[in-house]
Design a protein around this ligand. Structure first.
Ligand SMILES: [Zn+2]
Length: 534
């Protein structure tokens, strides 16, 4: 009898474990589309087929109101937040570049002086996720005994390195000087043979020997004008108009880096992702693997031509068809029901002021100089050490020594604020007198990484862009919806198609993936898991 009770309890224990242990996908595919606004799912739908974005919208769980909940809405922080489930305040990726007061130098988010380049004929100082302060969901995935590989790719180094986390088997990115996909000694000492073989094909060269023309009949684009004042012509051209003879332009542009600002940047990323899946045998057995693919070109193209350009529209038209082909391959080689796939973006983008007829351009350099003179006159010293990302790094020691209160600094800045350009200013470390709507102040708080971010944050008004963009194109970084509203779709095994309209935060993605896979939530996660199954 005792024996029966024991074996019954063992059986129950094992069954509870089995119940608590969800069936694992063979492959998790995490896709980030750099600068993809939520509305592009619909704004350009007349250019899409049935098997790309439309397939995801039809068969996936579509989250319609997902937002970045911090600023600055940039690529480095965006990728870190998607994969850690928290914001810069906790994960530490304060911006793409920040200022280090102690060394008086700018720091790039994936800088790491202790590692060197792999795959480049002249190895130099390279990159790693060393600046990331908390684990990613890919780290949690990798920590589970028996789980397989984690591999990340993007044209941008930060778009590959940050999603891969600390434990990735590999992260690869595109070297604009050689056209090679490269890595760093953080991951490996030499590139795998298949990567060298891929690089030897010089696919970038083939792509750049072509002409970029509209890929669909011109009427499909619904009379959007090709030549407008809102676009910045590509370096090596005088007008932002089709066709782009890349073979000619590359002689006057960065070669092979020109591919970044063409739709072929997506093509070559996908070519490389296919090689990863094939050669690293991802998703071929019951050992789950994870691939992170970030498409960087939509960001370069958006910056160059803006959200309402034919160039951006054609990029998405082509991308949709390339995704459709990729999805069919996943069907065939792995099976949709053996996948967990999600797609999102790292930030959005502003409408170009000339197009939206709202906003304009602000000159942060000019304003910083003006503030410096004011401080010099009123305080006897310009307390500003550096302006970066619209954040002022100030001489805190001197302020404290002189007994000047932060209340006074804040009040003075506000009184010197140019109201045409700026909504307000905030000192997040002191949480002082935020004079802007609460949601904007809390977005600053969540973005403030102590020791890395600036002390005083100046917030431009909606649709006001840095003066650098006056010549055309757009940017991002603000707390406004055009920069925070991201697409988010989950699809694959056991996920029922549905539309969900609850307000979610981008920091909910990593906890949701972790919970779906039965993994512990990433250590720093401030987001919450959302149930994908009924
Ligand atoms: Zn960007």
């Amino acid at each position: 009898m005792k024996k029966i009770v024991v074996s019954l309890s063992v059986w129950m224990f094992v069954s509870v474990l089995a119940w608590a242990q969800p069936r694992q996908p063979k492959l998790v595919v995490g896709i980030v589309v750099d600068q993809m606004r939520y509305d592009y799912l619909y704004s350009f739908s007349h250019l899409y087929g049935n098997e790309g974005f439309a397939r995801l919208l039809k068969n996936g769980q579509v989250f319609h109101d997902v937002h970045y909940n911090y600023i600055p809405t940039y690529t480095g922080p965006g990728h870190a937040s998607v994969y850690t489930g928290t914001s810069p305040a906790v994960h530490g990726i304060a911006a793409n570049d920040w200022f280090d007061v102690s060394t008086n130098k700018s720091v790039y988010c994936t800088d790491d002086a202790s590692v060197t380049t792999v795959g480049n004929p002249t190895p130099g100082v390279s990159m790693s996720p060393a600046n990331l302060l908390v684990p990613t969901v890919t780290d949690q995935f990798k920590s589970k005994p028996g789980n397989g590989k984690v591999i990340a790719v993007a044209l941008k180094d930060r778009g590959a390195i940050l999603p891969g986390g600390k434990k990735a088997d590999a992260a690869y990115w595109f070297d604009a000087k050689t056209g090679n996909f490269i890595s760093s000694t953080y991951y490996m000492q030499t590139l795998p043979k298949w990567v060298n073989d891929f690089n030897a094909l010089k696919k970038w060269d083939t792509y750049l020997n072509s002409v970029w023309n509209l890929s669909l009949p011109v009427e499909t684009y619904r009379n959007v004008p090709d030549e407008t004042a809102f676009e910045k012509p590509l370096k090596g051209t005088t007008k932002a108009v089709f066709p782009y003879d890349l073979k000619e332009i590359r002689t006057k542009n960065t070669n092979p880096g020109l591919i970044n600002t063409t739709p072929f940047g997506n093509s070559i990323t996908l070519d490389f992702a296919r090689e990863i899946i094939k050669n690293e045998k991802l998703g071929t057995d019951d050992v789950p693997d994870f691939i992170s693919i970030s498409f960087s070109s939509p960001d370069y193209i958006g910056h160059q031509f803006g959200p309402h350009s034919l160039e951006l529209m054609d990029t998405y038209a082509r991308f949709d068809r390339e995704l459709a082909v990729f999805f069919k391959e996943l069907d065939k080689n792995i099976g949709w029901d053996n996948l967990l796939l999600f797609i999102t973006s790292d930030h959005g983008a502003a409408d170009v002021p000339g197009f939206s007829k709202t906003g304009g351009y602000y000159n942060m350099g000019e304003y910083t100089d003006f503030l410096g003179k004011k401080f010099e006159k009123e305080y006897g010293k310009n307390i500003i050490l550096k302006e970066e990302n619209d954040q002022l790094y100030v001489d805190k020691n001197w302020i404290i020594q002189k007994g000047i209160s932060w209340e006074k600094v804040h009040a003075d800045i506000i009184s010197w604020t140019d109201e045409k350009w700026f909504l307000g200013a905030f000192i997040p470390d002191r949480n002082l007198n935020c004079d802007m709507p609460e949601e904007i102040c809390s977005r600053i708080q969540r973005g403030f990484a102590r020791g890395r971010s600036g002390d005083i944050w100046i917030i431009a008004r909606p649709n006001w862009l840095p003066v650098h963009y006056e010549g055309g194109g757009t940017t991002h970084g603000s707390p406004y919806v055009y920069d925070t509203h991201a697409p988010l779709i989950f699809t694959g095994m056991g996920i029922t198609p549905s539309n969900r309209y609850e307000r979610m935060s981008i920091t909910d993605i990593a906890p949701t993936v972790a919970s779906f896979l039965g993994l512990p939530l990433p250590a720093g996660a401030t987001g919450k898991p959302v149930q994908l199954k009924p």
